[in-house]
Each structure stands twice: as C-alpha cells, then as structure tokens.
Ligand binder design. Structure first.
Ligand code: ZN
Ligand code: ZN
Length: 388
C-alpha cells in the first residue's frame, strides 16, 4: 500500500477533486472473506450503511449486502434500482443487485439458504431485528453476532481513500486560512461556524464532516460545545473543530485561536497542549499501541498540572465515518498499522479560562506518520496562514 501523497510530490491542488485516483472497491469482499472462519460464519449480512458503501459503493439509504464465499449480493428497493446498478458498475464491483418490492425477506433467505452459519453485524442490528432473523427468517440456521469485521478492514486506507481524506483536509486548511481574520470582527460563534461551513462547501466539500465546533471564551471549556449566539471578543480563546467531506471521506482538525491579548494561563494552555499534541504525533509509528500514544500526550499535560483537565481520549480513526476504528485512548487495545488514519487531539479545559484543543489527522506510514492537516498552530488570527 502506498501512503505517499497521491500527487507524488507536487503540491495538492483543490482542482484535483475532479481527478481523484480510483479506489479498489472491487477487492474488498475478497479481503473480508478470510475473516469468516475465525468469526464462525459462512456468510455475513451487512446492514451498516457505511459498510455497505465500503463494499459496493452504493450510497442509498436502504439496503442490505449479503456476502457468501461465492457471492456479493446487494438487496435494495425500487427507489434505488438505477442508482444501485450504476454505482456498483462504476466501481467495478462484481455484485448482483436484487430489487425487493416488498419481500426483502424472501430474497435474503433464498440467497442464504445453504449457509449454515449466518453472521449479523452485532453493533448495528436492533434487538427486534435480531429476534426476527433468528426466529422467523433463519430458524434452521445458526445466527451468529459478529463484531467489526468490515470496520477492521476499513482501517487500512488505500491510495484512493487517502487522496479523498487528504483533499478534504486541504479544503479545511484553505477554509481556515480564508476565515481567520473574520475572528477579529466580533462575529457570533454561529455566524463564524456558518461562514466556515459555507467556505468549505464553496471549495468543493460535499458537506462539513460533523457539526462545526466554534467554542469561545467559557464555552471552550466544554469539549463538544455547540456554536451559540455568543459574540467572539478580544481576550477569548476560540476552539475551532471542523472538517470537510470529499466523496464520502471525512477530514478532522482542531485549532485554538487567541483573539487579541489572552491571559497568561491561556497562553500556557496553548503552549502545553501544542507540545502534547506534537509529542503524540511524533510517537506515532507502525507497531505502537494506540494507548501509548494517548499516554504520551497525557504525560505532557499531567506534567503541567492539568491531568484532570484533559477529559477525553487522544484521538480516533477517520474515514467514511468521522469516528471510526482505531480508537486512540487509554482503554484502546489497538496497535497502529501502516494505512491507519487517526487524529491526535489532546485538550485542556478550565472553566475559568476556556478550552484549548489542537488536532491533526495523520496517516501511519512505514517511517512513522504523515500529517494530512497542515494549518498553522500559531494562534494569532492574523498569522501567516501556513508555513511556505
Ligand atoms: Zn475534530
Ligand atoms: Zn477528532
């Protein structure tokens, strides 16, 4: 797998959005099948829409994918007849598309009739659906809960996926560059967030990858604050946590900016968190336990006396979902491998002073990692946007 920039050394341009390298969607079912024997299944019923998209490229809101050792079958309804066929064909996926007008059950039970052990995605099937599968649809089969079979595959991004995340990150970088001076004009958090979102869309993002966080002054002390009508003023720290989506793939970045003069404690928070974040990024390499990356960041913050003020995990995987495997926290049992895309985002939150969080998204490479987000960590709104 290549983890180099898809532009091979030339600076990535926003115009690359029209010529993104293909993703190897067709190979994914074959990468999935070897996990069946350890999971104790002969076939998998995929119901998580993100996993369905991953295996087939189908993006409709209703569908089920059946994976047997021989076949890949996408079952959807008449609304998606053309879309399903088009998306599967465009991705070069060897999948049979079945349209169920009413009786999805008949198609699914027919396809899986000879499969003794039918796996369900335990993290995605409701209790009532599990009862229906077990008692009504497959009374003579063994129905087996499976955990994260497709999610585990999704960890290792191919070059096409990396290109999409990298471009999404580039859009976020450019958008922040354009928006930084606006912080000096006393916008409300909501106004700033809306304008940042519009800027990302105007640069080619399908949408923001989650509800943009703009948390100023005391609001910054809440790590997942929603933008309010609070006016951003001189003396505020402002936590900006946001990302863009390109062709389904998310980016994620946080910068904390200081508007005008901020308190000595606020400056110290910026210094400590920036140091902790850089230490976490520097620790990333294939083979390191994700919890050790968390520990590296946590140690820097604890040394500054703020252990209790870093109240969340250090990071998470990013891809088709904004939060996906592997988790990077103190309870994570993941080991990082080449191709993992993860965030490093320590923070310090003090009710009297606000919050500071700094976050980059990086891809794990054979040598260590390569950051995909590049915005300057200089907290001044007028800072030269990015190092030349
Ligand atoms: Zn974030
Ligand atoms: Zn994040």
């Amino acid at each position: 797998m290549t983890t180099e920039s898809f532009t091979r050394g030339r600076p990535l341009e926003l115009s690359d959005i029209g010529s993104l390298p293909a993703m190897d969607v067709a190979a994914r079912a074959d990468r999935l099948r070897p996990s069946f024997s350890a999971a104790g299944i002969d076939a998998l019923v995929v119901t998580n829409p993100v996993n369905i998209r991953y295996l087939t490229s189908f993006t409709g809101s209703a569908g089920v994918v059946l994976v047997t050792s021989e076949e890949l079958v996408l079952v959807t309804d008449g609304r998606y007849r053309d879309q399903a066929a088009d998306q599967v064909r465009a991705a070069g996926v060897d999948a049979r598309v079945e349209i169920s007008s009413t009786a999805q059950r008949e198609i699914i039970t027919a396809v899986l009739a000879d499969q003794a052990r039918v796996g369900l995605e335990a993290d995605h099937v409701s209790w009532s659906m599990q009862l229906r599968y077990t008692n009504e649809w497959f009374p003579d089969h063994t129905v087996v809960p499976t955990i994260a079979l497709v999610e585990t595959l999704r960890r290792s991004k191919d070059a096409g996926e990396l290109a999409r995340i990298e471009l999404a990150a580039r859009i976020a970088d450019e958008s922040l560059d354009l928006m930084r001076p606006r912080l000096l004009e006393e916008p409300t958090e909501q106004e700033f967030g809306r304008e940042l979102d519009m800027t990302m869309r105007s640069l080619g993002a399908t949408r923001p990858s989650f509800e943009t966080i703009v948390a100023s002054g005391p609001n910054g002390a809440r790590p997942h604050a929603r933008p309010s009508d609070r006016v951003i003023r001189v003396g505020d720290l402002v936590v900006l946590d946001f990302g863009a989506v390109v062709d389904g793939y998310c980016s994620d970045m946080t910068r904390t900016l200081a508007v005008g003069e901020v308190s000595a404690t606020a400056r110290r928070m910026l210094e400590v968190v920036t140091t902790a974040q850089a230490a976490g990024v520097a620790a990333i390499r294939p083979g390191i336990a994700a919890r050790d990356v968390d520990a590296v960041c946590r140690a820097v913050i604890a040394d500054a006396g703020w252990a209790d003020a870093f109240s969340h995990g250090t990071g998470h995987g990013v891809g088709l979902d904004i939060h996906e495997a592997p988790g990077v926290g103190s309870t994570s049992d993941a080991t990082l491998v080449v191709g993992d895309v993860v965030t490093v985002e320590p923070g310090v939150y003090l009710p009297e002073h606000g919050g500071v969080r700094v976050e980059d998204t990086v891809v794990v490479t054979t040598e260590g990692c390569r950051p995909l987000t590049h915005s300057t960590k200089d907290p001044t709104p007028t800072a030269r946007p990015r190092p030349a």
